[in-house]
Design a protein around this ligand. Structure first.
Ligand code: GCU
Length: 433
């Protein structure tokens, strides 16, 4: 009997620990347990004064970026970094003649110890001044297409991806592995270019990854963000967002690109980075956060799906040290994610969820987008739109809603599908061109 009880206790304990929980669940899928919460008002400044004009919002905007830097993502280094862009290959008849394909290395001149960011750029042939989707990829440029002459990335890759990487290096099996998520031909036929790079070129995604990434040389501190003594040194999400801006620096030098129409796009953890990049860097003309979830579009105060405590436990190096101090007191965070989304205003914003991805909290992402409304209104724009001054009802699956801010909850799992891209292309056609 004692043995059975012991085994039962052990099973319960290890079960809990396997979920990353010590004493209580750090995630929640029960809507009745969400509780009540009060969101901070983006239009009340740090001194408690109401923000009524666009000019006042410009100052409030700076305050909010600073609050996100100090409490969530860490400080993005402000100093300019000398870059050198080197085109390593041009194929003027890629994808069976549909595209011009360029491979460009972005070198960090003052940090020769860092390897470059390798950018893959597809331009639709026969067009000039082309708007572009810029999004980082999860597994190397060789993953987004089956074009066999794209060099296999030599950088660190997560082994969790399976046989496609061995000993943390990509194998030939990885070629085209995420092709489905990047409908390049459709994007090009619709008149857009696509720029992508492996997010691990900026920082490999594991706790010690910063040693070989940009955070090893740049930032308030070279300590990992999990070091709470350096409370607001930047985390990996900050680094990936910074990297997106460096790719934008390069795109600004590319004559056929319309640098005023660069759309920041990202999925999941890269979606968090795409939104933080677009919030800080107003050169991004529009932003798309696909299932960006906790630390992305989802409200932190809504206790549903992944939570602040959970993400800080699983991925401490993504955020700044101080973020961890809110694990058990999310209500004390001086910001919430609707204010991150409000930083995109008045630019077009698309937030998307999937009903099979409750981890990202679709409703929390929807509300994040909905509560950005007052800032869009300040610019005379309708964001997601309201009913009697309140957020409209959460839409049914596969029913995109909104105007300058758009939202959909796709049916299906955590992913990027043709359905998602179809909405993004339509959004770009209507609001970015
Ligand atoms: C984990 C993590 C999420 C993240 C996701 C992803 O599930 O908890 O926050 O968005 O990975 O990047 O796929």
């Amino acid at each position: 009997m004692a043995r059975i009880l012991f085994l039962l206790a052990l099973a319960l304990l290890t079960g809990c620990l396997a979920n990353g929980q010590a004493t209580e669940p750090t995630y929640n899928y029960d809507e009745t347990k969400v509780g009540t919460y009060t969101l901070p008002n983006p239009l009340i400044n740090n001194k408690g004064k109401a923000v009524k004009t666009q000019a006042e919002w410009r100052s409030r905007r700076k305050e909010l970026i600073q609050l996100f830097a100090e409490n969530v993502y860490g400080q993005t280094p402000k100093q300019a970094v000398k870059l050198r862009f080197q085109t390593t290959s041009v194929d003027s008849s890629a994808l069976n003649g549909l595209a011009i394909r360029k491979l460009v290395s972005i070198f960090f001149v003052d940090y020769p110890q860092l390897l470059p960011i390798e950018v893959l750029l597809y331009l639709p042939k026969g067009r000039k001044v082309i708007p572009v989707f810029l999004g980082l990829n999860f597994c190397g440029n060789h993953c987004v297409t089956t074009e066999a002459d794209i060099p296999l990335s030599t950088r660190w890759m997560g082994n969790a991806i399976g046989e496609v990487s061995v000993n943390n290096k990509a194998t030939e099996k990885a070629r085209g592995m995420q092709e489905r998520r990047w409908p390049i031909e459709t994007i090009l036929r619709r008149g857009y270019a696509l720029a992508t790079a492996y997010y691990g070129d900026i920082e490999p995604d594991y706790p010690q990854g910063w040693h070989s990434g940009i955070r090893s040389v740049l930032g308030e501190s070279t300590a990992p963000a999990s070091d709470t003594t350096k409370a607001n040194s930047w985390g990996a999400i900050g680094a990936w967002a910074w990297g997106m801006s460096r790719i934008l620096d390069y795109l600004q030098t590319e004559p056929s690109i319309d640098a005023k129409r660069v759309i920041s796009i990202g999925h999941s953890r890269i979606g968090k980075a795409a939104v933080w990049a677009g919030a800080q860097d107003e050169r991004f003309a529009a932003v798309i956060g696909n299932e960006s979830g906790e630390g992305g579009a989802a409200l932190a105060r809504r206790w549903y799906g992944e939570t602040v405590e959970r993400i800080n436990t699983s991925f401490p190096y993504w955020f700044c040290g101080r973020y961890k101090t809110y694990n058990k007191r999310v209500a004390d965070l001086p910001v919430d994610q609707h204010e991150l989304l409000a930083l995109i205003a008045p630019r077009p914003l698309y937030i998307a969820s999937a009903d099979g991805d409750q981890w990202s909290d679709p409703k929390g992402e929807f509300l994040g987008a909905a509560y950005a409304e007052p800032v869009y209104k300040l610019y005379g724009k309708v964001g997601l739109g309201t009913t009697d001054g309140r957020p409209q009802a959460f839409p049914a699956v596969n029913q995109p809603i909104g105007q300058t801010v758009r939202y959909h909850d796709r049916s299906g799992k955590h992913d990027v599908t043709d359905y998602d891209w179809e909405q993004y292309l339509r959004f770009a056609d209507e609001l970015v061109r």
